[in-house]
Ligand binder design. Structure first.
Ligand code: NDP
Length: 323
């Protein structure tokens, strides 16, 4: 019998209920996946609280890895026994699930299921943010908030590899040390210091080409003050809450700034786009350029505890559930 975490009402971690579920057999174009590891991401919190709405009951979780145990009609490029991983379609907190075959990727040899489950969503996000939303290179100075988090630690390594000057913020000395070890050129403890002042000092007043902000409410609008004229503000998450409505005039007042609110779905919308982003990620992981830091593993039934740790800012790097 399969098990899953179900949500019947929005709320705190306690609404994550462990239950038996019927998965059924794959339909046309689908596979049935026996999951061996499930990624935990901040978006799971938004789904649980209702910041990103869903209809009830739903199974949260947007990332996982495992073994194909059945294939539906018309699936030709996957077979029973293949190891696959995915990111981006809700329903992940489950021991088994059905999934569209064309939204999975095969896990390359040398990458474990646990690593794959931990890296697909956070790693593909780091990929598109650093390589597509803004094309980071050796001439780029960037600011990245929550640099010791899941997306953050991947981004530190990747941005360093691209040759950028990387300024990472994190809450506390320990997290700052992790971000620095991962590749940040400079780190700022934004619990202790005003990050805008520190960015001004570090850059000699030149400020940044691009700011990556997954914090949202608490770092807005200060993040805009870390940009050069014509700089790009990438607001890609809301760990502290969503940014409230504002007058776009603030972008002109602060130097004709650009702003984007990207989501991974747009960047992996088609099969070729998904393969392009995933293969770039696999490449840097296989070459050892990016190491995936799986720092916590929880039993599927303990998803609530994992959420408490994530929201309580107790985690670093990537964390997973194991069915
Ligand atoms: P993290 O592991 O980075 O966890 C969130 C971190 O945010 C915390 O560890 C904490 O780090 C920091 N933080 C700051 N303020 C708060 C607060 N009030 N409450 C909780 N945490 C806070 O999570 P992920 O790596 O999973 O995701 C990082 C961000 O990226 C999230 O905003 C997520 O939604 C976003 N994201 C966006 C995607 C997209 O395509 N748009 C895709 C994937 C992720 P510290 O203690 O150092 O401040």
């Amino acid at each position: 019998m399969a098990h899953a975490i179900q949500v019947h009402k929005f709320g705190g971690p306690e609404v994550l209920q462990y239950a038996e579920v019927q998965v059924g057999e794959p339909g046309a174009g689908q596979i049935k996946l026996k999951q061996t590891a499930i990624g935990i991401n901040y978006i799971d919190v938004y789904h649980r609280t209702g910041l990103y709405p869903n209809t009830f009951p739903f199974i949260p979780g947007s990332e996982g890895a495992g073994e194909v145990i059945a294939v539906g009609a018309g699936v030709t490029d996957l077979k029973v026994g293949d190891r696959v991983a995915y990111a981006g379609i809700i329903g992940g907190y489950a021991s088994e699930r059905l999934f569209p075959a064309d939204r999975c990727v095969k896990i390359p040899d040398g990458i474990s299921d646990k690593t794959a489950a931990a890296m697909m969503l956070q790693g593909m996000t780091a990929q598109y943010l650093l390589r597509k939303t803004y094309k980071v290179d050796k001439d780029t100075t960037l600011l990245w908030h929550a640099a010791a988090g899941g997306v953050g630690l991947i981004a530190m390594q990747w941005a360093k590899h691209l040759g950028a000057t990387v300024i990472g913020t994190a809450g506390g000395a320990e997290k700052c040390a992790l971000a620095k070890a991962a590749g940040a050129t400079h780190v700022i403890d934004y619990k202790a210091d005003k990050f805008v002042d520190r960015v001004r000092d570090i850059t000699g007043g030149r400020m940044c080409d691009v700011v990556y902000d997954g914090i949202g409410k608490d770092t807005f609008p200060a993040s805009l003050d870390c940009l050069k004229p014509l700089g790009l503000f990438v607001t890609f998450g809301n760990a502290s809450g969503a940014i409230e409505a504002f007058n776009p005039g603030i972008l002109s007042a602060k130097g004709s700034l650009y702003m984007t609110r990207p989501t991974m779905g747009t960047y992996i919308a088609t099969r070729p786009m998904l393969l392009d982003v995933a293969n770039d990620l696999f490449d840097v992981v296989k070459k050892g350029i990016v190491k995936i830091n799986v720092t916590g593993s929880y039993a599927l039934k303990d998803a609530a505890e994992a959420h408490r740790d994530l929201e309580g800012r107790k985690t670093t790097g990537s964390i997973i559930l194991v069915p």
